[in-house]
Design a protein around this ligand. Sequence first.
Ligand SMILES: Nc1ncnc2c1ncn2[C@@H]1O[C@H](COP(=O)(O)OP(=O)(O)O)[C@@H](O)[C@H]1O
Ligand SMILES: [Mg+2]
Length: 308
Amino acid sequence: MSLSDLERAKKRVLMFGGKGGVGKTTTSASTALHFALEGRRTLIISSDLTPSLSDIFETQIGPTETPIPGVANLWGLEIDPDEVMRRWKIKFGPQIYEASQVFVDMPYDDLVDYVAMAPGIQEEFMLDFILEQVRDHGYDLVVWDTAPAGDTLRLLELPYKFLNHLRTAPRVYLGVRDKLQLSKMPFLELIDSWRELSEEITAFFRDPANTEFILVTIPEALGVYQARRLVGEFAEFGLTIEHMIVNHLITDPDSDFLCRRQAMQRPYLELLQNAYAGQMNITRLPLFAEEIKGTERLGMVEELLFPS
Ligand SMILES: Nc1ncnc2c1ncn2[C@@H]1O[C@H](COP(=O)(O)OP(=O)(O)O)[C@@H](O)[C@H]1O
Ligand SMILES: [Mg+2]
């Protein structure tokens, strides 16, 4: 099994996760390039705050899909939490306002801002947004370069948290006390319709036929620790990680310094191999001397990740 299996499997969303600086953007951009070259209409989305796709593709990429120059079938999009929130308000704001009219007298912006603060709402919308891309916008594949802080897996659980929060909101926060009256509220009907949406989203992302999670890590103590944590958390949710990329490997040391670095990495690489080689595909990626920028260099990484 290798990363190339993803091609045959025709997954719709590939999520790259791991701690900051391990190479998520580099490997997800190379992967997106690979599938675009194979002829699949591919959209790479980065939700990491640090502007990353623009740097790596050396072209200005913003919150709307931008074709990557010189690569057919490849588009990029960078979306930060503020933009996610802005779009969420446009999509759901009027509904929320209307449904809340019966029990709360608050200006539109205050009310929508208030509801938008519910925990998990950003994540919920991010998933909704990505699902829209593959379902309605004609992409064969979305490669998602996730933000390190937004603990990727929590995304799959948060819609529920968020809905539970909203369910109690009118009673707890808005001073509506009568339970009987509450049950007939349009606000609760709205929440029910959101729950359905949320379940649909969660089901899509939890289905291994649609979504694959690729864990990116490095052979250092922190990298091993992080891998262990993520694999454990996935298991708790009944999900398995099938692909790991171990990046930054020193392969041909030609100095004392690099030899020592390689010796530092070796036990951690062995730890990762021993712990996970039985249950997932581990792809090793060497540390390049050059900076990995532009489609030509990304092509070098692509060839290593997807050897023909
Ligand atoms: N295999 C590699 N060889 C050389 N440089 C790398 C490699 N992988 C990543 N880098 C560099 O390391 C830095 C962090 O990588 P990046 O992909 O941005 O990580 P992340 O998205 O996980 O924060 C970038 O400057 C990138 O060019
Ligand atoms: Mg990044």
